[in-house]
Design a protein around this ligand. Structure first.
Ligand code: ZN
Ligand code: FE
Length: 255
């Protein structure tokens, strides 16, 4: 039986995700942005919360940990390298580890940059990636703690995943990200098309998430420092990819 995913909005622009293995009877929330919508989603699906899988320590990702743990006595899985900032952590995982959730294996990647110790959970059999604030649809997380080189290392791990992999990021930032992406890669036809799709989805109030690794590789400027169009916009033809990435991130911060 497939891994079921239930997606719902939290706070102003976060997404909550419940993942459920019906055979094993386990349910996890990916992060804990907001307790009430998570409990409402559990009730709607008729699922019991057994696990919390945390990507990083920020309040809109781990802020509901303790309240949910108290209510459900669930197991909290988080980053070994950020354990001090993950409230209620029970199981510590790090880069290269495999965490078994029901009948599904999740590969853990360290994707530091937005924060140090940020992790992502990749379910190869379900072809799904839960990446928190590391990679967004058409964007990447702001570098609050890590260096551009660290973030570029992190994103390169995600580029390696199969194109069909679903990218379940934590925020609906896509429309604003598209405006920036078009400003730095105006000739990218796939990006122009995607931007129109995003506008129509948003005008109908529909989510633009999840996307796929394949689509991100074609259109997300933070995964495309090799793009001649991007390099030309930045006046960095032939520069090191990490430097093109760093300049792209700097420009987004000021956009
Ligand atoms: Zn964050
Ligand atoms: Fe966030």
């Amino acid at each position: 039986m497939p891994l079921e995913v239930h997606q719902f909005p939290c706070l102003s622009d976060n997404y909550g995700y419940l993942i459920h293995d019906p055979e094993a009877g386990v349910t996890a929330t990916i992060d804990t942005p907001e307790v009430d919508p998570i409990n409402a989603a559990l009730k709607e699906k008729g699922w019991q919360l057994t696990h919390i899988l945390n990507t990083h320590h920020h309040f809109d990702h781990a802020g509901g940990n303790l309240e949910l743990k108290q209510q459900w006595d669930c197991t909290i899985v988080g980053s070994r390298d950020d354990a001090d900032r993950i409230p209620g952590i029970d199981i510590k995982v790090g880069d290269g580890d495999t965490y078994t959730f029901g009948n599904f294996k999740a590969e853990v990647f360290d994707v530091s940059g937005h924060t140090i110790g940020h992790i992502a959970f990749y379910f190869p059999d379900a072809e799904k990636l839960f990446c928190g604030d590391a990679l967004f649809a058409l964007g990447c997380g702001r570098l609050f703690e890590g260096s551009p080189a660290q973030m570029w290392d992190s994103l390169q791990k995600l580029i390696e995943l199969p194109d069909c992999t679903g990218v379940y990021c934590a925020h609906e930032y896509t429309q604003a990200n598209a405006a920036f992406a078009l400003s730095v890669e105006p000739q990218n036809a796939a990006l122009q098309l995607r931007s129109k799709d995003i506008d129509s989805l948003r005008s109908e109030g529909k989510p633009t998430v999840p996307s796929t690794i394949g689509l991100e590789k074609e259109t997300n400027p933070f995964l495309r420092p090799m793009s001649a169009d991007l390099q030309a916009t930045l006046n960095m033809q032939g520069a090191e990819l990490v430097d093109v990435f760093a300049e792209t991130r700097r420009r987004k911060d000021r956009f």
